[in-house]
Design a protein around this ligand. Structure first.
Ligand code: 4NP
Length: 155
């Protein structure tokens, strides 16, 4: 099994959207038996909370299930458990590295570095622009699936 973890600050806006969208893509490509998907926060602010209403509205709009999404905090055990630990922005990456005690490990990567954008996913909690999040997360998910297929010889 290949284990993918998306991480953001609160685990209520960007990373649960990425979790739901990536899971949807994995299911549509019949890879559910090969890839698991989860998400977590660097903060402890929203443990046990459902996603932000802006994230839920976008998932509904694009007909993507939001089942099982619940806030949790990143844990040191996640480093061993996951093969791809994907942060949404540069500050997530610094926090993940510090929390996991891994200053420079290749399995920890910034989401949009996998795409042509190579920038942060702006935080819609502050911008209010969940459509922008959706578009960028969609690009990121496509790039990540391509990378995983190549690295694990999944046809
Ligand atoms: P996220 O956005 O990291 O994309 O989930 C945020 C959610 C909550 C807060 C900040 C950012 N907050 O300050 O509670």
């Amino acid at each position: 099994m290949i284990h993918v973890l998306f991480v953001c600050l609160g685990n209520i806006c960007r990373s649960p959207m990425a979790e739901a969208m990536f899971r949807d893509a994995v299911q549509k490509e019949n890879l559910s038996g090969r890839i698991t998907v989860d998400s977590a926060a660097t903060s402890s602010w929203h443990i046990g909370s459902p996603p932000h209403k802006g994230t839920l509205a976008k998932l509904k709009e694009y007909n993507i299930s939001s089942e099982g999404l619940s806030g949790r905090q990143l844990d040191t055990a996640d480093f061993e458990k996951f093969d791809y630990i994907i942060g949404m922005d540069e500050s997530n990456i610094s926090n993940i590295r510090e929390m996991l005690g891994q200053p420079d490990h290749p399995k920890i990567m910034r989401f949009l570095d996998l795409t042509d954008h190579q920038k942060d996913v702006p935080d819609p909690y502050y911008t209010g622009d969940f459509q922008e999040t959706y578009v960028l997360v969609k690009d990121g998910c496509e790039a990540l699936l391509k990378k995983i297929r190549a690295e694990h010889s999944l046809v």
